[in-house]
Design a protein around this ligand. Structure first.
Ligand code: BG6
Length: 512
């Protein structure tokens, strides 16, 4: 199947297909996983698609002692493993010649002097015009250290080109620390220089939520409390914590997934139509939703949230050890690896419509989806029929790994007796679009090179999200879980997750 050419329209955003501005990307934490798995392959894809300026360079900074040549060699070997498409040797050669490396500690002012000199040289050699963006792929404890050092070295002054800073998640570990971090970095940077990244917004299917909702006339009129019974968001992962125990055991699933990725999905699903694609116009609408999410009382935390930790079990036939025996995890850890909760948005569109969320590690299948369940029809016509056995209409946005949209409804089963059966109408991206695989970071890096912050978090959004999560963190900390582990790896979390819905006479729509 193909999309007819005459139906393709381009949305004029800032870039609309031109290459990014001439610039240098400086990666702090360049020897880490993110650089080799995502950032370099994403830059390579941008170069391949002619979206990277010919006047471009990369400077990596990390503690490991290495020369620029050694760094180029290392990255050159890794790109073969992590590129999403076959690497073209000529293009890679062009790219590799503009990679530099500085070794040192992030709190050492000498590193920034060296960086300053190198950037001046790179500007001369590659025509990058004093435009720099700094990507903080470091441990969060360095975020404000690096920003302060950049400020002290004069590297964020915009007299001679633009200067931007991309900050990875987690942005704070609770409301107070997120506010403090915002305050610290705002002493050095203007809000418009700060790009708080959430990689979920780089996903095609997540961006499609807006296009689906607002480029089609038929959904918006029914996208509200009059027609929608409830919404479910599931982000299920089969992986456990793997080598990330040191981070994860301190963070837990709530911090790791909810105020960032899942709240992004909620805000895009629930926001009002923005009047333009301007960064602040879109983000104002998202922020309104985050601010309208009602924080729970202590009592509500007890009845409307569920936490779990996996014990041993089988995921896709493979034996999985309990979370507590993972490397760098405390043997009596009380950290959750599963969360489910019911939230409400206190505004005219969504009052009384529950949003059920669940996410966890070591679940039976990898699937991210948003399921919008509509109210049942008044079934007078079928009054002697067991219509309550019929599933209500459900529109499901499948975000990953199978990307698509499906709509379920009732249809008459052919034959002389009137019988109703549930059927599905399915759209799969793969059937229509032949997109080359991407890392998910391309769009975000490209937007940063063009100064378009639409897909990045503003400080008020981050704080609003932590404000909702804060009471849950407080109650959970005050009341340690009684029986962890409480779900087997390879199951859909503890039984309480099912009860969260069954006590409202509903059930999770995605199961094996
Ligand atoms: C990260 C979390 O931000 O997102 C991980 O720290 C999680 O724990 C990951 O596995 C999920 O991302 P994706 O793109 O695989 O859905």
């Amino acid at each position: 199947m193909q999309v007819a050419d005459e139906t393709v329209v381009t949305v004029p955003s800032t870039g609309a297909g031109r290459p990014g501005d001439p610039c240098v990307m400086v990666i702090f934490g360049a020897s880490g996983d993110l650089t080799k798995r995502k950032l370099i392959p994403a830059l390579y894809n941008l170069a391949k698609d002619n979206l990277l300026s010919k006047e471009f360079a990369v400077v990596g900074i990390a503690r490991n002692e290495m020369s620029s040549e050694q760094f180029q060699d290392m990255i050159g070997k890794e790109i073969g493993d992590f590129a999403t498409t076959k690497v073209d040797p000529d293009l890679w050669h062009w790219f590799a010649r503009r990679i530099y490396y500085i070794s040192g500690d992030f709190d050492d002012p000498k590193v920034y002097q060296e960086l300053d000199q190198l950037l001046t040289q790179v500007d001369k050699d590659h025509g990058t015009r004093g435009n720099y963006f700094y990507y903080l792929a470091t441990s969060p404890s360095f975020f404000s250290v690096v920003v302060k050092q950049l400020g002290a070295a004069g590297l964020v002054n915009e007299d001679r080109g633009w200067r931007r800073v991309i900050i990875e998640k987690p942005f704070g570990r609770d409301y107070d620390s997120a506010r403090a971090l915002n305050k610290e970095i705002r002493q050095v940077l203007d809000e418009k220089q700060i790009y708080r990244i959430d990689h979920y917004l780089g996903k095609e299917t997540v961006q499609n939520i807006l296009v689906f909702r607002f480029s089609n006339g038929i959904f918006e009129p029914i996208w509200n409390r009059r027609y929608i019974d409830h919404i479910q968001i599931t982000v299920a992962e089969t992986v456990g914590v793997e080598q990330r125990g040191m981070y994860y055991d301190k963070a837990g699933t709530l911090r790791d997934m909810v105020p960032n990725h899942i709240f992004q999905l909620i805000s895009l699903t629930a926001m009002e139509p923005p009047v333009s694609f301007d960064a602040d116009v879109v983000r104002d609408e998202q922020a309104k939703i985050l601010k309208a999410l009602t924080p729970m009382t202590d009592e509500e935390v007890l009845t409307r949230t569920v936490r779990g930790q996996y014990g041993e079990g089988l995921v896709k036939g493979a034996k999985i050890a309990p979370y507590r025996s993972e490397p760098m995890v405390a043997p009596d850890s009380r950290t959750e690896t599963f969360v489910a909760m019911k939230l409400f948005i206190d505004n005219w569109r969504w009052a009384d419509v529950p949003f059920y969320l669940r996410t966890g590690k070591s679940l039976p299948k990898r699937a991210t989806e948003i399921s919008i369940q509509f109210k049942r029809a008044p079934f007078m016509l079928f009054r002697r029929t067991a219509v309550d056995r019929l599933e209500p209409n459900r529109l499901v946005l499948h975000l990953q790994p199978d990307e698509g949209i499906s709509l379920s409804f009732g249809a008459k089963i052919p034959g002389p007796v009137v019988q109703i059966g549930g059927v599905n109408m399915n759209f799969n991206y793969g059937d229509y679009f032949n997109a080359t695989p991407q890392t998910g970071y391309e769009r975000l890096l490209y937007d940063c090179m063009l100064g378009d912050a639409t897909l990045f978090q503003r400080s008020d959004m981050v704080e609003a999200a932590w404000h909702v999560v804060a009471p849950i963190l407080d109650v959970w900390e005050a009341l340690p879980p009684r029986r962890f582990p409480n779900y087997g790896a390879g199951t859909w979390g503890p039984p309480e997750a099912e009860e969260l819905l069954s006590k409202d006479r509903r059930h999770w729509s995605l199961c094996e």
